[in-house]
Design a protein around this ligand. Structure first.
Ligand code: 5AD
Ligand code: SF4
Length: 489
């Protein structure tokens, strides 16, 4: 008999059903029961994991952070497939868990997220990792309790893969969320991506763009405000196309600029409001409107920072990437942004070694980085993803050339980054305190509005260590590192 149940049933539109399944699971599991949620990938995945952990808590599990130290009842891997190394890591861990499951056979192992939206990965799991009990994709996290109930009931593995449901998937509202941080919170504004950049797997695994209703977003933010959160980050694969799909659901049209303005006005109208900072990501340069620039410039609640992935500085490569802007259009956008916000901190994503990238194309990227002078840049080596157009291009670049270009880019950016950081020496900056450093409990760290990391020693004559987390405090910058700043209270 096949040990798998394919749970490809019509999505439960009713979130109430998810809560019924949570109650049913609670009655089936031991007490206490322990669960681990492991996350790879982007903020979207981190936030999905907060929802998974929220549901687990609701089902009676206690969340712990290590499955090696503790005997646990359930482990979930929320996976990423943006680059090959992310996938390799998960498959390695699944091998490791096979051993752990041998000594703890009752443990339930679940794999979900972007990786499991790819049929070839599901095949690998089915064939080589039969110890995985639950497999589900990015659209189904609210159906996790139903699947867990099924596997507890039948002892069989349950798979529910639904990448084709992208366009019709409901945006589930009202799931319990176990937020990792008590100061900063993620708020999803939209799911999915319609852009199909030729290197990127995201549109295939996260489906089409679906915006949450402005009212649901505002309600969530107001709840976070009442709970005392200090900073929110609005999340979406391409926040700048927020709202374009709302008319389909008979909702009033709304743009990202309008949504942001409404959020700011609502928070600003309440003097007692706890939320002091708003960030958002990610912005696609082709969709970033002048209205959004104006809203950012008008509201001090919005951080003085913008993530604006360029990917390449060569118009020729941008065209092959299907990015739908040219080098000049990107640079003109940066000028428009800086005209309104001269000291804004810009960050970016860059891919090196995209198929067909010539030395000249790479030099264009290098010169763009020198011209824009980013505060931070996430640089990636191109990784072919099964099913994307770029993966089948015959113009793949050899590894040695790519590595040399990558290092050259990193060196150029690091120099700029250090030069920008040097301008902070002696200045006083406002820092939202995150917590103590992992290596030294006397050192605390926090971030500026520009998203610079600032490390400092707490002056306990001024404030106790236990009260400082989540506070906005002034720090004088006394030392400069490439990636961070050192300061004094
Ligand atoms: N290879 C390398 N980097 C990629 N990214 C997306 N897809 C790939 C890929 N196939 C990078 C892009 C994107 C960031 C999140 O990951 O720069 O902005
Ligand atoms: Fe991927 Fe492009 Fe969509 Fe970003 S905008 S998620 S890079 S397809």
């Amino acid at each position: 008999m096949d040990t798998f149940i394919n749970l490809n049933i019509v999505p439960e539109k009713d979130i109430v059903a998810a809560f019924d399944h949570m109650t049913a699971v609670k009655s089936k599991i031991p007490s206490p029961a322990y669960a681990v949620v492991r996350t790879l990938g982007c903020q979207m995945n981190e936030h999905d994991s907060e929802k998974l952990a929220g549901m687990l808590e609701n089902m009676g599990y206690t969340i712990v952070d290590d499955y090696k130290k503790n005997k646990v009842d359930l482990v979930i891997f929320n996976t990423c497939c943006i680059r090959e190394n992310a996938e390799g890591k998960v498959l390695g861990r699944l091998g490791e868990l096979k051993m752990i499951k041998r000594s703890n056979p009752g443990m339930i192992l679940a794999v979900c997220g972007c990786m499991t939206e790819q049929p070839h990965i599901v095949d690998i799991i089915k064939k080589k990792h039969k110890h995985v009990n639950l497999v589900f994709g990015t659209h189904d996290i609210y159906r996790f309790p139903a699947m867990l109930e099924k596997t507890l009931e039948t002892g069989r593995n349950v798979y529910d893969i639904s990448s084709t449901r992208g366009e019709m998937a409901e945006v589930p509202e009202g799931l319990p969320i176990r937020r990792e941080d008590k100061t900063k919170a993620w708020v999803t504004v939209m799911y999915g991506c319609n852009n199909f950049c030729s290197y990127c797997i995201v549109p295939y695994v996260r489906g089409r763009e679906r915006s949450r209703s402005p009212q649901d977003i505002l309600n969530e933010i107001m709840r976070l405000d009442a709970e005392g959160y200090k900073e929110i980050t609005l999340l979406g694969q391409n926040v700048n196309s927020y709202g374009k799909d709302l008319a389909k659901n008979n909702e009033k049209p709304c743009s990202f600029a309008l949504l942001l303005e409404e959020i700011c006005e609502k928070l600003e109208s309440n003097k007692e409001s706890s939320i002091k900072r708003i960030r958002f990501m990610t912005s696609h340069p082709k969709d970033l409107s002048d209205e959004l620039i104006d809203v950012m410039a008008r509201h001090s609640l919005i951080c003085n920072q913008l993530h604006l992935p360029v990917q390449s500085g060569s118009t020729e490569i941008l065209k092959k990437m299907n990015r739908r802007y040219s080098r000049d259009q990107y640079l003109a956008l940066v000028d428009r942004i800086r005209a309104k916000m001269p000291d804004i901190a810009l960050s970016t994503d860059i891919i090196v070694g995209f198929p067909g990238e010539s030395e000249e194309n790479f030099e264009d990227t290098l010169s763009l980085v020198k011209q824009v002078r980013y505060d931070s840049a996430y640089t990636f080596i191109y990784s072919p993803r099964v099913g994307t157009p770029a993966a089948s291009s015959p113009e793949q670049i050899d590894e040695e050339t790519v590595k040399a270009r990558f290092n050259k880019l990193l060196d150029a950016h690091n120099t700029i980054c250090k030069e920008i950081n040097d301008t902070y020496l002696g200045k006083t900056v406002e820092v939202l305190v995150d917590g103590p450093s992992k290596n030294d409990p006397n050192h605390f760290s926090g971030r500026t509005s520009e998203n610079k990391i600032v490390n400092f020693i707490v002056d306990e004559n001024k404030i106790s260590k236990k009260d400082i987390v989540g506070k906005l405090i002034d720090i004088k910058i006394t030392g400069i590192q490439t990636w961070s700043l050192d300061g004094e209270m």
